[in-house]
Design a protein around this ligand. Structure first.
Ligand code: NAD
Ligand code: UGA
Length: 457
């Protein structure tokens, strides 16, 4: 089965970059990405893409108009497609049964209902969104309604890219996972998808599994990554009290090959659109199966993550003589991680809310995410300023709270910043990015996470 026309439904953080890479690597395949949000489609066709990812602009410029198109959806798009990726959003449900925990699958279901009458015989539908286990089965039920099952194959192909490194992750994935059914048609569909990836991914890195295992593997991967970060974060408070250094601990345990060095960076807590959502979803699935102890285990990861963010916000208040009312506090970094403009579930939102409740005057600076920050904090009472220039942001400030470890913040002239701040000047490093000893030498009172504070007080 040779794939010539690919359709992707959902032009978001996953759909846009992943389809751009397919178009780039497979010049003989025409890739069309559609989205119900016309503004998003227009942005993908402009010079300012809706997603900031290093390397993405160049690929889109190479392929757009050649074999990559961003458009509003029409039935003709479906009719022409040999393969349809679905990468619509699957947020946490915010209403009804399972509210705050289960995945809201309304976008997925409405996509399936829209696709069904227009899909051609032999079309392959690929589940790219992260979905609860057995979603593919439910989707297949809708797609197969009043037509023979062998007409349409449904595969699971979860995406493991991380934001900020999306292009590298897509071009050199650790693995590609394809979940498929047992029928010959399903197996042929899985091979056809593998053939697309084999344009640039070594065959031995393309893994096959059952559809359910594939869906659960995606939730498990995110849950394990988030749990690992949380385990390190829980050690930071102990380090601060006992003068141990969390970075030295990460280094020591990371040298154990069974543990490995990555994802041991303690900080203000994990953010992003997926970790919280996918863990809550996993916990909900456990609960649905009557596995309450297992559910509580996973839910505790989310509780501890919030606790860590709140602990950082409390530290900012407590160390400044228990009050930030009327004080200018600068937030260095609002994106949920460096290298992206995404602020979904960013720890900075929680930190800012908390400081606003304490009546601080906030100044937010971030190299990419100020527009999203403005939207996230809209309507909150208190003084908030958005300032792209970190030097101007810090002028006259009582304290700096570093929440996102953009490398730009490590390269600033802190002597200049210190000179312009109120004294005593405080610096709270929520990511252990900066050289605490050097900053202390300049006059700052420095509070890293999981390391001893260095103060002049
Ligand atoms: P997103 O919100 O950025 O994009 C989803 C897009 O789908 C939106 O633009 C929305 O308008 C569009 N959409 C919704 N319903 C539609 C419909 N019926 N027809 C056409 N378009 C429709 O979301 P995202 O971050 O790209 O995530 C998509 C999925 O991928 C989620 O399940 C997420 O868990 C998963 N995922 C995300 C990441 C990530 O880094 N963001 C990584 C791996 C997996
Ligand atoms: C994460 C996973 O890494 C991807 O594999 C997955 O595809 C994706 O979720 C998803 O399903 O959406 P992402 O959220 O983009 O990717 O970014 P990460 O690099 O995982 O960072 C998530 C959060 O953890 C960030 O807030 C980051 O600052 C934090 N983090 C990460 C730490 O606090 N310490 C670390 O050591 C690593």
């Amino acid at each position: 089965m040779s794939i010539q026309n690919i359709l992707c439904v959902g032009a978001g953080y996953v759909g846009g970059p992943s389809m751009a890479v397919i178009a780039d690597q497979c010049p003989e395949i025409t890739v069309r990405v559609v989205d119900i949000n016309p503004e998003r489609v227009a942005q993908w066709n402009s010079d300012t893409l809706p997603v900031y990812e290093p390397g993405l602009d160049a690929i889109v410029q190479r392929c757009r108009g050649r074999n990559l198109f961003f458009e509003s959806p029409t039935p003709d798009h479906v009719n022409a497609a040999d393969m349809v990726f679905v990468s619509v959003n699957t947020p946490t449900k915010s209403f009804g049964h399972g509210s705050g925990q289960a995945a809201d699958l309304q976008y997925w279901e409405s996509t399936a209902r829209w696709l069904r009458p227009h899909l051609k015989r032999g079309a392959i539908v690929v589940e790219k969104s992260t979905v609860p286990v057995k979603t593919a089965e439910a989707i297949a039920t809708i797609l197969h309604y009043d037509r023979p099952e062998q007409d349409i194959a449904v595969l699971s192909n979860p995406e493991f890219l991380a934001e900020g490194t999306a292009i590298r992750d897509l071009e050199q994935p650790d693995r590609v996972l394809i979940g498929h059914g047992d029928s010959p048609a399903d197996q042929a569909a899985a091979q056809a998808l593998a053939d697309v990836y084999a344009h640039w991914v070594p065959r031995e890195q393309i893994l096959f599994s059952s559809v359910w295992s594939s869906e659960l593997a995606k939730l498990a991967a995110n849950a394990l990554l988030a749990q690992r970060i949380t385990s390190m974060n829980t050690l930071t408070a102990l380090c601060e009290r006992t003068n141990a250094d969390i970075s030295q601990i990460a280094d020591a345990v990371g040298h154990d090959k069974r543990i490995g060095p990555r994802f041991l960076q303690a900080g203000v807590g994990f953010g992003g659109s997926c970790f919280r959502k996918d863990i809550l979803n996993l916990a909900y699935l456990c609960e649905q199966e009557g596995l309450n102890v297992e559910a509580a285990y996973w839910r505790s990861v989310v509780l501890l993550n919030d606790h860590q963010t709140d602990r950082f916000a409390r530290m900012i208040v407590e160390k400044q003589f228990n009050s930030v009312a009327g004080k200018r506090v600068v937030i260095f970094g609002f994106a949920f991680k460096p290298g992206t403009n995404d602020t979904r579930d960013a720890p900075a939102i929680r930190v800012c809310r908390s400081l606003l409740e304490e009546r601080a005057k906030l100044v937010i600076t971030d190299p990419q995410a100020l527009e999203h920050a403005r939207q996230d904090l809209a309507g909150l009472a208190g003084g908030i300023t958005f300032e792209p220039d970190p030097y101007r942001a810090a002028a006259g400030a009582h304290a700096i709270a570093l929440v996102t470890e953009w490398p730009e913040f490590a390269a600033l002239d802190y002597a200049r910043i210190y000179a312009g701040m109120e004294k005593p000047a405080f610096l709270f490093d929520g990511r252990n990015l900066l050289d605490a000893a050097a900053l202390h030498g300049l006059g700052f009172n420095v509070y890293p996470l999981g390391r001893r504070a260095r103060t002049h007080l």
